[in-house]
Ligand binder design. Structure first.
Ligand code: F6R
Length: 600
């Protein structure tokens, strides 16, 4: 989703801003822009489409050592050059970039700016026009900025420059992520540390309803009432090579291939010296004291949460409900007496989850975030955090974060079972090592997966994924992967449910991918496959060693039944990748999608 960068230092700002925006491309966007300031004023360059298009319109002869930049994922007004950020006030004194959604912008416009002509359709423009209007009333820029932010309802991360003081960037935040990066004589602003690793790895977090006055020499944090805030910095443990594609054509393929390493990394991070599970006692207590666990998530993470529910209930015997965050937010079920909320999120920034977390904190219920980004908003605001240790995930379609989330659930479930005295014959750390080896087999079988994509998905408009019990959840994920990157309409169904309506869609040649890794439902799902084949479907059956039959298209190695989703999803990820590739789709940056979904 939208991304912000800012730079004040001594080097060429425009190149640093453009490179920073390129690092944010993975978040998803449809237009981009930068503003740079020099003695001739503030110069704004913006363009619909990719950063490459923006580069073409930037005047390379304009030199500057201060500027702000933005990638926009359209919310108010379609993607266009006019609606792209930065936006300027009517007098051109102020220039702004903004992420988030201002809920009361119409009201603010009527109240404070009835005579101001808005150039764009965005809610953002209201912010910059308000600052200008308050400054005209005699306030300093800082006062006008604080007064403006105090009026806003909704979410924002924003950076503002003043043509009359080119030595300062004014930054503010509420609910949307934003960081300040510190270096010697240089300071930067970024929605994601990755964008500014080119300058520094030392960052300061900004909390909601704070502003930061950023100059070359310092970054002064204040509350909206002007009170100063003292906060230390931290070193981002990110390696810039983690966010490069290397020799891979796409981040998605690289991240699929990284999954065996991620499994081994998780094992090493969660293994104690005596080979037992290493987990904070606080987390253990929070899980074991709960009478019911509520897993809250969205998209792929929701699919991991469905598998997490199976693991915790079956292994630890604690009742679990998994909910879609955006539904839970406005339609909460009756809660148990001692609930624990688990927020599962790759990015740790998803607005729908954060909305639920805010409510959960108000109700004083304990919360645990399982995330790939430990310093993220959901991680900071929950009581406890477990890290998925998957390394930065850049491709919009989530792959390694999904399998990492399920691996952490397995560890959490077994730890809780042991703490509750439940007898179990399942060592997740040993079994995950087997998973890692099995994953490797698939990453080496890319030719076969490419052929399968050609055979089943080269011409079809739609596809179905069917499975039962835990396999059903993997089918939901397989279908999501296929549709988001190849735009083939795909649905994941419970095998037994198909005949209650959806089977009407099966016609000659419709691809149906069936999955069977669970012995108790093997014959049932094979029966469901026969039903669709009898109606003309083109079947691709994925099974597991020990349960395979002659015509099965793909057979995964034998895996512990709780962990089969971690391996059975790999052929689905790879088939989706090749299907998208053959259709000429932009695999890493699918249309309309954003990596970090920071609006509700
Ligand atoms: C799909 C995908 C999304 C995310 C969802 C939640 O491949 O990546 O469905 O899973 O937007 O994002 P996080 O996990 O960051 O909360």
């Amino acid at each position: 989703m939208c991304g912000i960068v800012g730079y004040i230092g001594t080097a060429d700002a425009k190149e640093i801003l453009l490179r920073g925006l390129e690092k944010l491309e993975y978040r998803g966007y449809d237009s981009a822009g930068i503003a740079i300031a020099n003695e001739r004023g503030v110069h704004v360059y913006k363009e619909k489409g990719r950063i490459a298009a923006l580069r073409d319109v930037v005047d390379t002869s304009e030199e500057s050592v201060v500027g702000i930049g933005h990638t926009r994922w359209a919310t108010h007004g379609p993607p266009s050059q006019v609606n792209a950020h930065p936006h300027q006030s009517a007098t051109s004194r102020y220039t702004i970039v903004h992420n988030g959604v201002i809920e009361n912008y119409e009201q603010l416009r009527r109240e404070f700016l009835p005579h101001v002509n808005m150039v764009s359709e965005t809610d953002t423009e209201i912010i910059v026009q308000l600052v200008d209007s308050f400054a005209k009333d005699g306030l300093t820029t800082e006062q006008a900025f604080r007064k403006t932010l105090s009026q806003l309802q909704g979410s924002y991360a924003t950076a503002l420059i003043d043509n009359q003081d080119q030595e300062t960037i004014y930054v503010g935040k509420n609910k949307s992520p934003l960081l300040i990066g510190l270096a010697d004589g240089v300071n930067v602003v970024a929605s994601d540390a990755m964008a500014m690793l080119q300058v520094t790895n030392e960052f300061v977090e900004i909390e909601d309803k704070e502003i930061v006055i950023v100059t070359r020499e310092q970054a002064q944090i204040k509350k909206l009432n002007g009170d100063e805030v003292d906060r230390g910095s931290y070193i981002a443990e990110l390696d810039s090579t983690d966010i490069e594609k290397g020799t891979y054509p796409h981040f998605m393929l690289k991240e699929i291939d990284e999954q065996p390493f991620v499994m081994r990394n998780i094992i090493s991070k969660y293994k104690a010296d005596d080979e037992s599970i290493k987990l904070d006692e606080d987390v253990r207590q929070a899980v074991t004291q709960a009478d019911r666990i509520y897993i809250i998530a969205a998209g792929t993470s929701y699919h991991a949460g469905l598998v997490g529910k199976e693991m915790i209930e079956k292994i630890a015997g604690i009742p679990v409900e998994t909910h879609i965050a955006s539904e839970f937010l406005y339609n909460m079920p009756l809660l148990s007496d001692n609930p624990l909320f688990i927020f599962i999120s790759q990015s740790g920034e998803t607005a729908d989850l954060r909305g639920v977390l805010v409510n959960v904190r108000q109700m004083a219920h304990p919360s645990l975030t399982i995330t790939n980004v430990p310093g993220s908003t959901l991680s900071r605001e929950a009581d406890y955090t477990l890290h998925t240790h998957a390394g930065p995930e850049i491709a919009v379609a989530s792959t390694k974060a999904y399998t990492a989330q399920m691996a952490v659930f397995a560890i959490l479930a077994v730890d809780a079972a042991q703490a509750r005295g439940v007898e179990i014959d399942f060592n997740p750390l040993q079994e995950l090592a087997i998973v890692a080896n099995a994953m490797e087999i698939f990453t080496e079988k890319k030719d076969l997966m490419e052929e399968a994509a050609q055979e089943y998905l080269s011409v079809s408009r739609n596809a179905f994924f069917i499975g039962r019990s835990i396999d059903y959840y993997v089918c939901m994920e397989g279908a999501l992967k296929l549709k988001e990157i190849s735009y083939i309409q795909a649905e994941g169904f419970a095998g037994g449910e198909l005949k209650h309506g959806t089977i009407a869609l099966i016609e000659e040649g419709t691809p149906v991918i069936g999955l069977a890794t669970q012995k108790d439902v093997n014959l049932n799902i094979r029966g469901n496959m026969k039903e669709v084949v009898a109606r003309g479907a083109n079947p691709c059956f994925i099974s597991m060693e020990g349960m395979e039959e002659e015509d099965d298209a793909i057979v995964i190695p034998k895996i512990h039944p709780y962990l089969t989703p971690l391996v059975s999803v790999l052929p689905m990820q790879l088939i989706s990748y090749y299907a998208a590739l053959h259709r000429g789709c932009d695999v890493d940056k699918p249309r309309n999608l954003a990596k970090s979904v920071t609006v509700e």
